[in-house]
Ligand binder design. Sequence first.
Ligand code: F6R
Length: 617
Amino acid sequence: MCGIVGYIGPREAYPIIIEGLKRLEYRGYDSAGIALFDGNDLKVAKTKGKVVDLEAIVEKEITTNGKVGIGHTRWATHGVPNDVNSHPHVSNSGNLAIIHNGIIENYESLKQELISRGYTFKSDTDTEVLVNLIEDVQKQQKLKLGKAVQAALNQVVGAYAIAVFDKNKPDEIVVARLGSPLAVGIGPKEDEFFIASDASPFLEYTKNVVYLEDEEMAVIRFHKPIKIRKIEDDSLVDTYVQELQINLEQIEKGGYDHFMLKEIHEQPKAITDTYRGRLVRNEAIIKMAGVEDNMKRFLNANRIIIVACGTSWHAGLVAEYIFEDLARIPVEVEYASEFRYRNPVITENDVVIAISQSGETADTLAAIKLAKSKGAFVFGVCNVVGSSIARESDAGAYTHAGPEIGVASTKAFTTQITVLTLIALRLARAKGTISSSDFRTHLLELEMIPKKVEKALESDANITTIANIYKDVSNFLYLGRGYNFPVALEGALKLKEISYIHAEGYPAAEMKHGPIALIDENMPIVVIATKKGHYEKVVSNIQEIKSRKGKIIGIVTEGDTQVRALADHVIEVPDTLESLSPLLTTIPLQLLSYHIAVMLGKNVDQPRNLAKSVTVE
Ligand code: F6R
């Protein structure tokens, strides 16, 4: 994880880097730092804490003028978050400054080698080893910085996105990437360059961006066109300049207190954007090029294996129900992190669907590389355009959720379910496992979901009252059945990650096989009990909870009376098909966790220990 930012050009680098780091704080926020060349010397400031803490330090410690600089916001992997372990790291001579996102796996052996040659280390980080390795190569082999970086990286095992500069040659920054994202923004006059983990830090300056691919590097110079080379053999690769389609408003809070709340409220639009142009109800068709072009692979598949992590894994679980129910294709849903390490049986007739908001999750990326090596067809469902998983997949379909900044995933989840539903419906139609009238009903209902999400959002005041009653408890249970079992898992995850209240999700019927022992008058239990599905069974489960004095918060269909008579509180959602109900039942659970976290004074958008994209194993 970690966010990196750099600038070289005619403007003052400091404000660009600081504002850029704030936009990248979703990637990590346990420490931050900056290195600037002020025209004479290298100035470095860094600190444990957030970018605002860095700003305070900078004001006291360094001058902020300079046209070249690099900055970093960290999510610790090697070494605890403290001032010394923060980036940038400077080489022993004081000449080179580096920022790094990723992990150098063989850093210990490289470090011992460097120590034997007289190098000393202040931090516990792998990054300080890398910057000294570059310096060592530079000195030993009398190389220019670019060549020295290249030679050093050829000795490194691991993952990185780096930016490094030499105070003796401050008209260039060297960047390289393997396994961690790195974007280079090219100023409109091609006389300035912006470096960042994603394009958000430089959106107001330029829309032209080059994404480095794995194993690529570039020496970025004032006023010189960017040239990209292969790290391994120095060969030149074509520079593909893309035009960004997102704008600044999309990555700002737009009047909401938190990104998470803004993103919860953006779901009607995000879902519409995701099915727009794909769901053509008048013609009763679904158009998805990635599916159409590979229809044979899908139809001949022995099974679909879904790999993902966290919330995306929950979307995968919902998809398992949809694919099996509608398209009658067997589905297995795997945690990407487990899948890759358990020697899974994968054949050429398997279709692997990788789901990832960021498209950068290291475990998911590794899982699809494994699947591809066994000949499986890999289909990516990502939100971030041009992300590593999107590029690594054989084909795919983007969710069009827009940038998701809040660390807790919300609109990514509902748009993933939207895309997966479209795919399942398209395949069901092609296989003939759905009647044409059911197909039309699904299209019609899916088209109405955004309006129904808006309706579900109207329960905000009711949910705030419920949040206030239960905000101080230590535990929560979430129960759901069928399509809504994964929603129960997702609701529990949302509460855990932003309020730090322990929560568990269970299939409602599984409760009596253990979790029921937890229930007493202090335990709030959120039960998803919408009309379609296993309503009567869930009502029985509610009775079981009631007789053990548990506090019931029912998520019910509008107009419900049966659960209302039993539950302590109910939150209504509009009626829809059972297969689409997760798109609605998840909304109150997002709001409940949001309000509880706000009432507890937690940092909703940047919960402790988390980062938005997990680019380490
Ligand atoms: C939960 C959350 C994480 C991510 C997980 C996968 O709110 O954000 O659990 O869902 O880290 O991330 P992506 O979807 O980017 O692969």
